[in-house]
Design a protein around this ligand. Structure first.
Ligand code: HXC
Length: 515
């Protein structure tokens, strides 16, 4: 072959591989709203930025009719490219090729790109669309998963790891996404479960559809296994691009500092968002949007444990992580799920040097047999651990209620918050005035001629004494009582002065968080 022929040969070979599993398989994929692996990568990355590797890798399996069977790219596309100009590493399983099933070489391609991502300190994005372990390859397929899980764990806290579930992700395969930082799912396309409907029917006699068992909504609303919900693949890729633009590329490089854009809201009206009556709800996201640049907020796990809101925004161009009680849902109480959700988010922020801004308004931990038996002690402790261990700048703003264990858990001074601000209507106390009066003045109330009148009197007495920020401010537990409209300026200044913060933790191999 002459030089030109060789180039033509390369092109022909590449074309054959790029055709994936063929027209019929691609049609089947499209019929259910799915893109092909290569289309997905093109839609996700900056135009023409993708460079593919290991295009010609082939499996070496000879069992069960596999000898001589060509599986283009062995069912997975890997490479590097950019998102918003920032380097990322990507793999995308190709369901049109043997159902995207994972054999030894398929796994080697994935682990190769994982190694690139870790060694070159860039985010890793894995698009999962697979029937799981390639059955014909037996233990070699299982070995591949083990190698992936190990690398997910080693890369944890060094580079952001994003999993995108765009088809089935079943059996042990689910544990790679579970080890990553953010899981994206799409309605009616994503399906994640350890054992599918067939096995469940055989073993337990229970009937359930794939969607009801492990669809996108289930994992966003119920299990907490997924962090971002989208209606289409295109929307999902937009969400990923936005997240990548907001978070750091690794644990040593800060997120890019952008131009400051003032919030859209009138900062003089921020105080009006929060009703004076501490029993009245409001949407804490309105408060976040009143302090964040351009009123922008990338919410994480929006559909799970709505009583706490977590996500990323920018203040004065710097990326911060917001953790906020949500009075709109269950009065913003802490419970098992919200503690889990916030603790994981705080650990991500801490690992990637993202300062944490805590917005506090909660009546405490949720009481009840269900919560006690679900392990609220263990789960609640995760939040205390995550805040205590975090060494990034930690700033708290107490808007209204800060009662009991909730006050301590939500990044109090006692867990080494750097700055604690409180609005004038903040109430920092062991419990709400009503509950407190019923306990400590019980005898007075019972003995009174008019018990209800006495109860109201005692509630007021307790309110006058403790339902304010000044007792905590007098002890230095609150650094400054601020007017609501000063909040953004106080945060900007606190972040500015805390940016060179250094904390030396006791020497240890690692702590033992209450996982
Ligand atoms: C080999 C597989 C495969 C697999 C699918 N295919 N899964 N080949 N190993 N695991 C092939 C099919 O034979 C078919 O090939 C093509 O992919 C498309 O599959 P269909 O069944 O036609 O697609 P669909 O109807 O959409 O159903 C998708 C599916 C189903 C629900 C995922 O394929 C399925 O149930 N697959 C098996 C799932 C499974 O049990 N996996 C093992 C899990 S255990 P042809 O040639 O006909 O087009 C596991 C352990 C990991 O993963 C442990 C790690 C610790």
């Amino acid at each position: 072959m002459g030089a030109d022929e060789k180039i033509l040969d390369l092109r022909a070979r590449t074309e054959r591989v790029r055709a994936g599993g063929g027209e019929k398989a691609i049609e089947k994929q499209k019929a259910i709203g799915k893109m092909t692996a290569r289309e997905r990568i093109a839609a996700l990355l900056d135009a023409d930025s993708f460079h593919e590797y290991d295009t010609f890798v082939q499996h070496a399996c000879t069992d069960f009719g596999m000898q001589g069977k060509e599986l283009p790219a062995d069912g997975v596309v890997i490479g590097t490219g950019t998102i918003g100009g920032q380097p990322v590493a990507v793999f995308a399983q190709d369901f049109t090729v043997a159902g995207g099933s994972l054999g030894l070489m398929h796994a080697r391609k994935i682990t190769k790109i994982m190694d690139y991502a870790l060694n070159m300190r860039m985010p890793l994005i894995g698009i999962n669309d697979s029937g799981g372990a390639r059955i014909q390859e037996g233990v070699n397929a299982l070995a591949g998963y083990g190698e992936i899980f190990f690398r997910n764990t080693m890369a944890s806290g060094v580079i952001p790891q994003i999993s995108v579930i765009l088809g089935p992700c079943a059996g042990g395969a689910v544990y790679s996404p579970a080890l990553t930082d953010f899981v994206f799912v799409v309605d009616n396309i994503s399906k994640m479960f350890i054992t599918g409907p067939e096995v469940i029917k055989t073993v337990l006699g229970e009937e359930i559809s794939m969607e009801e068992l492990g669809g996108a909504r289930v994992h966003c609303e119920l299990t907490g296994n997924a962090h971002f919900f989208a209606q289409s693949e295109a929307e999902c890729f937009e969400q990923i691009r936005k997240l990548i633009a907001t978070i750091p590329a690794n644990n040593t490089t800060p997120a890019e500092r952008t131009e400051t854009v003032e919030p859209h809201t009138n900062r003089y009206r921020i105080g009006e968002i929060v009703p004076a009556d501490p029993t009245q709800p409001y949407d804490v996201r309105d408060v976040i949007r009143s302090v964040s640049d351009d009123s922008d907020f990338v919410e994480v796990m929006e559909l799970f444990a709505g009583n706490i809101v977590v996500g990323f925004g920018r203040i004065d161009g710097r990326t911060v992580g917001f953790v906020a009680n949500q009075p709109l849902v269950m009065a913003g109480v802490l419970d098992c799920d919200s503690s889990d959700k916030a603790a994981r988010f705080i650990r991500f922020c801490d690992a990637f040097n993202v300062p944490i801004v805590t917005i506090e308004d909660l009546p405490g931990y949720l009481p009840g047999v269900d919560q006690e038996h679900a392990g609220v002690i263990r789960h609640g402790a995760k939040l205390l651990y995550a805040y205590s261990e975090a060494t990034v700048p930690k700033i708290t703003v107490i808007l209204r209620k800060a009662y009991g264990g909730g006050y301590i858990a939500m990044n109090s001074r006692h867990l080494q918050a750097d700055f604690v601000f409180a609005w004038p209507r903040a109430e920092i106390a062991v419990m709400g005035p009503e509950g407190a009066a019923n306990v400590i003045f019980r005898k007075d109330i019972l003995a009174a001629e008019n018990p209800e009148e006495m109860r109201q009197l005692k509630i007021q007495e307790y309110k006058d004494k403790f339902a304010n920020p000044y007792v905590a401010a007098a002890k230095g537990y609150v650094d400054a009582v601020i007017e609501p409209e000063q909040t953004r300026q106080c945060l900007i200044h606190a972040l500015e002065v805390a940016q060179r913060k250094e904390t030396i933790l006791p020497k240890k191999k690692h702590g033992i968080p209450p996982f």
